[in-house]
Design a protein around this ligand. Sequence first.
Ligand code: AMP
Length: 583
Amino acid sequence: MTVLHYAEIAKDVSAMTVKPNLLDIERERQGWSWDRAKAGLDLPNGLVNQAYECIDRHAAGQRAQKHGMIWEGADGKVERYTFAELKRHTNRFANALRTLGIKKGDRVFFFADRIPELYFGVFGALKLGAIAAPLFSAFGPEPVRERVQRAEGVVIVTTPNLVAKVNAIRGQLPSLKHVIVIAHRQGKPVASGDLDYQRLVDAASDQFEIERTGQEDWSVMHFTSGTTGMPKGAAHVHGAVLGHLATGKYVLDLHDDDIYWCTADPGWVTGTSYGMFAPWSNGVTNLIYEGGFGAAKWYQVIQRHRVTVWYTAPTAIRLLMRAGAKVAKQHDLSTLRYVMSVGEPLNPEGVVWGKEAFGLPIHDNWWQTETGAIMIANYLSMPIRPGSMGRPFPGITAAILDDEQNEITAPMVEGQLALKPPWPSMFRVYWNDQERYNSRFKRGWYLTGDKAKRDADGYFWFVGRDDDVINTAGHLVSPFEVESVLIEHEAVAEAGVIGKPDAVAMEIVKAFVTLHDGYEPTNELRRQIMGHARERLGPGVAPREIDFIKILPKTRSGKIMRRLLKARELGLPEGDTSTLEED
Ligand code: AMP
């Protein structure tokens, strides 16, 4: 029954140099117990703190002198930190925050590139019981304002190259008490009124008693885009670390001597769950590369640091494919034993190309901000069906539901992808929006907002989003957030924003705007509007294309019909337009 465009990729576990932690997915599923999985954590006195489980317990044991972090800067400079050093750095920042009066539950935002202090800062905040909320450094001032305001952030930790964006909006953030600037790496002065990270930590003790946090205490917050309205703050709890530990062990297949590299930025959930918590809860050396994408550069990073396990994204894979397998072969990538990707559908061609370039197929897996950890995966020991996201993690029940939330059991029938709550890393709330949170749960299921199919053997196949959210290079963008900024421009009357399919980034942000009377749809005006959007939203969120149109299609109740804009853009049938107000 299964439709395969590419032949299944069989696995020969006996030929693998490292024996996978998960050998038989079905057996693991039948015997699975989250309680038993807890044996991999310390949980002193029944408490759980992600920073303790990821850093301090290793610093107190045999891994104290093991490198927890290898950092390579954008300029090629390398720094290494043992777990014992990570403990001291994070303790200092926790003390610094405490001295400033920051307390358990306060929201501490991080708006910085991938530098070591970002990691010290996040774990310092977690030790204090504060909620760590990292933001993507490519954001413009507007997404920063929206998120800090929504979560009533108390602190923003940033760097001199980004502080101007904070300055542009700080007058609109009444909750904000402190801006801490990590200045020493850029050799720039800290403006009066702001706090110098280095001075704060220099004055702080490297001893810290971790706040007593339990399983349900808040830990991190990530903002994610939904069907309507502005991005919402999905808040997670310290108990989520059990999910990171278990998926780190069984999906990422982490072993003690691995050198692991996750290319995601901590501004997105993959960059915390798998760029911090999964490797460190497993006591594994975590490579962090500050620089951006570059095929040869990335291969040099793998070669230089002898990376064994690599977790990246489909857009990156497609760019690597474009650069060609030859570039890969010019490097010594022989240490690599396992490659995975997440964030968007991975084309079957990409899975197979991995074999050509690295001698390793690429393993797709699926999850989202709200799930906190990987839910569906292609495991190292399991045959891959190229184009499929794989099968649910042992402790997870996934299903395909129809519109009434009845389970569809027939194979390869499209429906809503749903998960059976609870699981340890599940988000616990959309910050200040309980109603919206509740709306994600129906008839005993968590509704993911994705459409998928399941084949007769239990492999899940991604079909598409069930809403208007745009997925550009693995980053979700809310059309509403972009539209709101576009209509700030004096010439723009209304705006409708869609994801336009793109061969590399999956989708790009495309806007349709109508103009106020007196404005002409010229290229110069298009450039101006584009410039406004880039300045306010940042290059990762702003539209890459803007079309002028006369009328935006809307429903009778006034909602922009993005679905119709998209159908027209793609020359597809317009579907049900009975609610259309336009004509
Ligand atoms: P985020 O919450 O930003 O991590 O985005 C999660 C969304 O990205 C999912 O709901 C999917 O729409 C998409 N996504 C993540 N992983 C995959 C995958 N392996 N295949 C297809 N779509 C994915």
